[in-house]
Design a protein around this ligand. Structure first.
Ligand SMILES: NC(=O)c1ccc[n+]([C@@H]2O[C@H](COP(=O)([O-])OP(=O)(O)OC[C@H]3O[C@@H](n4cnc5c(N)ncnc54)[C@H](OP(=O)(O)O)[C@@H]3O)[C@@H](O)[C@H]2O)c1
Length: 188
């Protein structure tokens, strides 16, 4: 498979990229990776898909969001999650579904706080919940057999690398569509 990994230089991305090395992996980041692109810029996403033809799978492991106490969190902090994690991933799907090969797949990233939020996590939780809802809805309208799923990890430093990679393999290699694959929820 030809697999585009956005955020391959990060904590999650490094583990996933190494595990997929038998595939043709193309790494993307703002400052790291084979291709430099900032997926929070709509034009950059469209350029990326034009630049890299014949993609079978897109894995996104990039995107920031903020945490703060509810009484202190600002609009600007909430907007980081929308502009850096939610919209870029939605836009990856909207743009990429025109270019991805038949029967390809998108695997987005959300996070445990979307399902099991703790105090101070609202700026993260709402983004993760929105990503999960987007995946469940949009997966029903993917063209040409393309599948759309998300990985929702707990704290990655507490997750066994094999379990993390296994979650990605489920999204890449099985026929699941519209699923949120939880990994590491049992740890705090
Ligand atoms: N780590 C955890 O415990 C955990 C748990 C649950 C969910 N998550 C979610 O998983 C995702 C990745 O987490 P992580 O800990 O692996 O993050 P990380 O270590 O900060 O890595 C993020 C990677 O994404 C790239 N990136 C960030 N913004 C980008 C953009 N706008 N365009 C292109 N590339 C971009 C960065 O490279 P450049 O700097 O070169 O752009 C970096 O390689 C985040 O959305 C996070 O919320 C993480």
């Amino acid at each position: 498979m030809k697999i585009l990994i956005i955020g391959a230089g990060g904590t999650i991305g490094k583990q996933v990229a190494v595990a997929l090395k038998e595939h043709e992996v193309i790494t993307v980041g703002r400052n790291t990776g084979t291709i430099k692109a900032d997926i929070s810029e709509d034009d950059a996403v469209e350029r990326l898909f034009k630049q890299v033809p014949d993609i079978d799978a897109v894995i996104c492991v990039a995107g920031d969001s903020n945490t703060d106490n509810l009484s202190a969190i600002t609009k600007a902090q909430f907007m980081v999650g929308i502009e850096q994690k939610l919209w870029p991933q939605i836009n990856l799907v909207l743009s990429g579904m025109k270019y991805l090969n038949d029967n390809g797949s998108f695997t987005l990233i959300s996070g445990k706080m979307g399902d099991l939020p703790i105090r101070g996590s609202s700026g993260k939780a709402f983004v993760n919940g929105a990503i999960n809802s987007f995946v469940k809805a949009a997966a029903q309208e993917m063209p040409r057999g393309i599948r759309l799923n998300a990985i929702s990890p707990g704290k990655v430093l507490d997750i066994d690398s094999n379990a993390l990679v296994a979650a990605y393999l489920i999204c890449l290699e099985t026929d699941i569509n519209g699923e949120i694959v939880n990994v590491g929820y049992q740890k705090n």
